[in-house]
Design a protein around this ligand. Structure first.
Ligand SMILES: C[S@@+](CC[C@H](N)C(=O)[O-])C[C@H]1O[C@@H](n2cnc3c(N)ncnc32)[C@H](O)[C@@H]1O
Length: 437
């Protein structure tokens, strides 16, 4: 990887270490801190920053294992950030094509902008030891460390999928492809594909996503045909199933519950422009503004409500809906391949809290559905507690709720459809379609 020389180069490593510090020590999400770090860099370096920080987040347990072997004792609080710089160095040496010389010298040079000049010698020594001892070939005999997942999540996946946890863990480490959803109000999928052909952009299509396509190579999506005109949106193939499964019909009232940033709201509006109304609600005002931006970019309209889905009395006008999409807040374990910071931001105890919140929301929202109406429950989780077990428990306590027999259920005792990460190029996702009698 060729890089510009000088001060700028040092700042790039320092910026990557800062992002890692903010995520791993301060609990910020990559979405919050990466754009800040990227803003003064050119496009190539922006991509590099994401590639490197995501790479470290993917391989963190192994990098920490090497750090424990090579560092006598943890660094003091005021230079803790240097541990992240060293792990970035390990990552470059073990997983990237950057030359060993550049990896070492650039990490050493990054100590100054991190206010840790005194650690230069240490960083140099640890990285040189890593090379001399050929640590990159030194892999522990420990599936959890090699899986790249935190212990708690590794254990949960092992319990949930005793027979197929290995391919699931592997798929969670593979970078996700870019999926587009063609905005049918502007272009048909075929028309848009012809534009991609004319621009020599290679893609694939799948039957399950009639409005979708997968780009064969990563790219800057703002350079794709019709970005400014709103001819497409970026949305994973699993998320694209939601509006299709909701299957809205003309003149129906639709509620998109927990809707921000509005990817599925826009898709619902594109699939059936003749619905009577679509209400998109979310608890987070700043995220609700992102729904507004997405609706405007794609040329759609919906009514937006800021409210708590578990307390509909505060915001619902009493008119029931024909169909409800409930895209519940969840662990997001199905999209770790796309957002590897998630696994370090979540804790095991968060899962119980989320399961309780999901149950509270589904119970509170069910009365908003008309008799004969359809609710699609969705999560981007692969943990049974949030999915099949959640829905089984709901069905048990709700006499007027039943599974839609036309919807593909995994098995009689496993309601709904669990999509695993990487399956047909999709993120991990869960859907259950429920009917109200
Ligand atoms: C999985 S995301 C939704 C993604 C969205 N449906 C889309 O396709 O773009 C979950 C959303 O639930 C919202 N949320 C969390 N707790 C909520 C609550 N109690 N009431 C309403 N929304 C909530 C979050 O703000 C977040 O935007």
């Amino acid at each position: 990887m060729s890089r510009t020389k000088g001060r700028y180069q040092q700042n790039l490593r320092a910026d990557a270490a800062r992002v890692l510090f903010q995520i791993l020590e301060q609990g910020m999400s990559a979405r919050e801190c990466l754009p800040n770090a990227q803003q003064d860099h050119n496009e190539k370096d922006k991509a590099w920053l994401q590639e490197m920080t995501y790479g470290v987040l993917r391989q963190l347990p192994l990098l920490q294992h090497w750090l424990r072997l090579l560092l006598d004792k943890p660094l003091k609080k005021n230079v803790k950030i240097v541990e992240h710089l060293i792990m970035l160095g390990f990552y470059q040496l073990a997983f990237s094509r950057v030359s060993t010389h550049a990896a070492v010298s650039e990490c050493v040079n990054a100590c100054a902008p991190l206010n840790a000049v005194a650690t230069k010698g240490l960083v140099n020594a640890v990285l040189r030891n890593f090379i001399r001892q050929e640590m990159a070939n030194e892999l522990p005999d420990n599936e959890q460390i090699l899986s790249g997942q935190p212990k708690w999540l590794y254990k949960k996946l092992l319990t949930a999928y005793p027979e197929k946890h290995t391919p699931i863990l592997e798929a969670m480490q593979v970078k996700a492809p870019i999926w587009l959803r063609v905005n049918q109000n502007q272009k048909s999928t075929d028309e848009y594909c012809r534009l991609l052909d004319e621009n020599d952009i290679i893609y694939e299509r799948q039957d399950e996503q009639p409005q979708g396509l997968i780009l064969s190579k990563g790219c800057d999506i703002t350079t794709l045909p019709g970005y400014d005109e709103g001819w497409f949106a970026v949305q994973d193939g699993a998320a694209q199933l939601a509006a299709n499964l909701l299957n809205s019909q003309p003149n129906e009232r639709i509620l998109d519950c927990c809707a921000a940033p509005g990817g599925k709201t826009c898709h619902i509006l594109e699939l059936e422009p003749k619905i009577a109304s679509c209400v998109a609600m979310d608890i987070d005002l700043s995220r609700l503004q992102r729904i507004e931006e997405n609706l405007t970019r794609l040329g759609h309209q919906a009514s937006l409500i800021c409210g708590d889905a578990s307390e509909p009395k505060a915001w619902w006008n009493g008119e029931q809906f024909d169909r409800i999409l409930l895209d519940a807040p969840c662990s997001a374990t199905g999209i770790i391949r796309r957002h590897p910071d998630i696994k370090w931001l979540r804790k095991s105890s968060d899962i119980d809290t989320l399961v309780a919140l999901q149950a509270k929301i589904i119970d509170a929202i069910w009365p908003l559905l008309k008799p004969g109406g359809t609710m699609l429950y969705a999560t981007c989780s692969i943990l049974p507690a949030e999915n099949q077990l959640q829905i089984s428990a709901f069905l048990e306590r709700t006499t007027d709720a039943a599974l839609d027999p036309e919807f593909n259920n995994d098995a009689i005792d496993k309601p709904g459809r669990q999509i695993l990460p990487g399956e047909k190029n999709m993120d991990g996702f869960y859907y259950a379609r429920l009917l109200k009698s």
